[in-house]
Structure formats: structure tokens, C-alpha cells
Design a binder for this molecule. Structure first.
Ligand SMILES: [Zn+2]
Length: 275
């Protein structure tokens, strides 16, 4: 992995069309380095389409990741809902692999009133099944549960790192905006570096060489995240985060999920490069 790459969550607004192919072309034109394909409303891309996406990404030198559908809850009450959630993650990983994407990210679960330890065990078991299935398929895409922004959602930094410590093939998606919104803290250089140190201690230096990060401005209240904002309309201290990432020589993908997508992705890249 060559350093830290910046890109958008989904096709940039300024692309010719909303297609993934035009998205990749636009990322390259803008001088950005990566893009996350948003399968958030369902994996509607077929294998043939995925091969074309992979060819375009290679041609343009754009690294890809994929975001699984939102309709996932590995802590659902009904076993068929858990199975459907597992299937959505598997499908995302299968199509992502054909696209040449290195990682997929997903929102793991809701607590639904369960004690966090109980939800953790249910989620862990469910993920184990997914990982062993992907191993059988020889699928080597990194499976990344995301740090979530609402108190009702499974996915504190601690929970995500615990899962990654216990399960092989799992790696974190650290959404710094979500964590700030959820904790009401973690918005300074020192706090950002404390997370990076925690990752290094628990998962090893290799984890910092292969990071997947989400960033955006964010609005939040008592229950955590309310909505994403553009960085300059929010209180998020992105310069401090970028400085922490640079000082710890973090490598991997930074996906910007601000409403203005490429606007803030470019802001992040330019700021990072001038540090
Ligand atoms: Zn997400």
C-alpha cells in the first residue's frame, strides 16, 4: 500500500453520471486515490459489471473498497434476519473481490436493548460463519465492521477492536466522525493518537499500514450522530486528525462521507499534503 489515499464514499457529484465506472474516472481526474462503492441500497452490480469496474480501476490507478447494504443486523431476533444479513455481507465481499476491492465495510448490528456483551457474542458467532465461508471460497477481501455513531448501534472502538483481535480476516473501519459524535469527545490530536496507539497495541503495526478510515463533518446530540455535515460546517478537528495520521505514518484508504464528497476529500488530501 502506497501511503495514505483519499477518496469519496460513492461516485463523486461532479462525475458525468452516477455510475461506478464514471466515478472511478472522475476520482482519477480529480487527482484523488480511492473510492468506496456504495452497495448501501443492495448489491445490484453483477459479476460482468464488477469485472469492468475492476478493469477501469486498474487502468486509472484508483483503489476500491465497498460498503455493504444498510439492512444488516447480526444481532437480529429472528434467525432468518441474521441469515439475510450474513448473505448481504457475503454478496458484497464476492462482488467486491471481482472489482479488485481490498476491503468491504458494514454496519454490524443494533443492540436492541441487549447488554453489549450479549450482542457481542451473537455478532461474533455470526461473523465467524461469514469468515469461514469466505475462506472456503478463497475470498481474501478484508471484512471490516465499522465504528458507529449512534448509541443504539453496536460498534464502539473497543468492540470493533475486540472482534478484530479475536477473528482472523477481520480488520477495523475506523469512522473518526462517528466516534466523535458517539463519545462527544475524541476531537483532538491527543485523542486521535490514543486510538492509533490502541490499534497498534492490539492489532500490531501491520494494522496501521492497512487502515480503512471514514471521515466527515458530523452533527450529534445525546444519542450520538444525527447527520453528516461538510467539514467546515462542523466542529470536527480534521487537521488534528490528519496530523495524527501523518505522525503515526498511517497507510491505507481515507473515505470522505461529507455531503459534498469530493469537496472535502480534496480538502483532506490537500491539507494532509501540506503538513
Ligand atoms: Zn458506513
Amino acid at each position: 500500500m502506497a501511503g495514505l489515499l483519499f477518496g469519496t464514499g460513492g461516485t463523486p457529484h461532479s462525475a458525468k453520471t452516477a455510475s461506478t465506472i464514471d466515478g472511478i474516472k472522475r476520482i482519477a481526474e480529480l487527482g484523488l486515490g480511492c473510492m468506496e462503492i456504495e452497495f448501501v441500497q443492495g448489491v445490484k452490480m453483477g459479476e460482468a459489471g464488477a469485472r469492468l469496474v475492476g478493469e477501469m480501476a486498474t487502468k486509472e490507478g484508483v483503489k476500491l473498497s465497498a460498503h455493504a447494504p444498510y439492512f444488516i443486523n447480526l444481532n437480529a431476533r429472528e434467525s432468518e434476519k441474521i441469515r439475510a444479513s450474513q448473505y448481504r455481507i457475503l454478496q458484497t465481499a464476492r462482488i467486491a473481490a471481482i472489482c479488485g476491492a481490498q476491503s468491504i465495510v458494514f454496519h454490524t448490528a443494533f443492540y436492541l436493548g441487549d447488554p453489549p456483551e450479549k450482542a457481542y457474542n451473537t455478532v461474533k458467532q455470526s461473523l465467524e460463519e461469514i469468515l469461514s465461508q469466505l475462506k472456503r471460497e478463497n475470498n481474501r477481501v478484508w471484512i471490516r465492521p465499522e465504528v458507529m455513531g449512534k448509541l443504539s448501534q453496536f460498534g464502539t472502538v473497543e468492540e470493533i477492536l475486540d472482534l478484530c483481535t479475536e477473528l482472523e480476516g477481520l480488520a477495523p473501519c475506523i469512522d473518526f466522525a462517528h466516534w466523535h459524535a458517539r463519545s462527544g469527545m475524541f476531537n483532538s490530536y491527543q485523542e486521535f493518537t490514543s486510538i492509533l496507539l490502541q490499534i497498534k497495541e492490539r492489532l500490531g503495526t501491520a494494522a496501521l499500514d492497512n487502515m480503512h478510515i471514514h471521515v466527515s463533518g458530523i452533527a450529534y446530540g445525546k444519542k450520538g450522530e444525527t447527520k453528516h455535515l461538510n467539514l467546515k460546517e462542523s466542529d470536527f478537528q480534521y487537521k488534528e486528525l490528519l496530523k495524527a495520521l501523518k505522525d503515526y505514518d498511517v497507510k491505507g484508504l481515507v473515505i470522505c462521507e461529507s455531503p459534498n464528497l469530493e469537496g472535502d476529500a480534496l480538502l483532506l488530501q490537500v491539507t494532509y499534503n501540506t503538513l
